[in-house]
Design a protein around this ligand. Structure first.
Ligand code: ADP
Ligand code: MG
Length: 237
């Protein structure tokens, strides 16, 4: 499902967290929102999710005006940096939860849990509890859980931010592989240039609530459009 953000603003008091932003995200793409802390990345993601309502502008999902649709009606999967799995539930129960509250048939739920465990390469771990998993494994389960209800869009807010460098690196490659298999339209927030370059098809560079540049990693790296992009992205020295 494609996403169109049309001239969207979100203010907190007099502070413009998102300032007249327009953006088009193609169906099936893997897009990074990249910018410094406070540049409005999370607010933009929350606006797309329906967790915030814009002060002005519109948000279209698959060509339909979703600006005033509820979070549930947008059919979006969400993973945050500290995505709490239910501690008292096993991995299988965590993944099944969203399907069970939608009253999906037991056999369907079981099959899909198996498929998803396979997909995130944690097939042997279904009966463990979150406390028995590493941080990286927990984030993979969080992703499996968000995919369980077959969202049209997957939104990830610094999903690997809390993990150590080595695990982050593994997970980047893994997210890329997962996306190549599932093809769900994915937007992830990061302030890490390397992460965006390595994972995304398209990078959206944010600064002070606005978009500085949209392009492929190569375009952004080779032809930074503004002085800000050049200093934020440019060759590391
Ligand atoms: P980023 O994710 O790029 O770090 P955010 O979208 O979280 O940026 O925040 C942008 C700015 O908006 C921040 O400086 C923050 O202080 C402000 N902000 C975000 N959410 C709220 C809120 N609910 N209330 C007040 N200010 C907020
Ligand atoms: Mg943020």
């Amino acid at each position: 499902m494609g996403i169109v953000v049309e001239n969207v603003s979100k203010h907190f008091g007099s502070f413009k967290a998102v300032d007249q932003v327009s953006l088009e995200i193609k169906t099936g793409s893997l897009v990074a929102l990249l910018g410094p802390s406070g540049s409005g990345k999370s607010t933009l993601l929350r606006l797309i999710a329906g967790l915030e309502t814009p002060d002005s502008g519109k948000i279209f999902l698959t060509g339909t005006d979703a600006t005033h649709k509820s979070v549930q009606d947008r059919n979006i999967g969400f993973v945050f940096q500290h995505y709490a799995l239910f501690k008292h539930m096993t991995v299988r129960q965590n993944i099944a939860f969203g399907m069970e509250i939608r009253k999906m048939p037991k056999a369907t739920v079981k099959n899909r849990v198996d498929t998803l465990l396979d997909l995130v390469q944690l097939s042997g771990m279904g009966d463990r509890y979150p406390s028995q998993l590493s941080g990286g494994q927990r984030q993979r389960i969080a992703l499996a859980r968000s995919l369980a209800v077959e969202p049209n869009v997957l939104l990830l807010d610094e999903p690997f931010g809390a993990l150590d460098a080595k695990v982050r690196k593994d997970l980047r490659a893994w997210l890329r592989r997962l996306h190549d298999e599932v093809h769900v339209t994915t937007v992830f927030v990061t302030h890490d240039q390397e992460e965006a370059m390595e994972v995304a098809d398209v990078i959206v560079v944010t600064n002070k609530g606005q978009i500085e540049q949209v392009g492929t990693p190569a375009e952004i790296y080779d032809h930074p459009a503004t002085a800000f992009v050049m200093s934020f992205i440019g060759p590391v020295n």
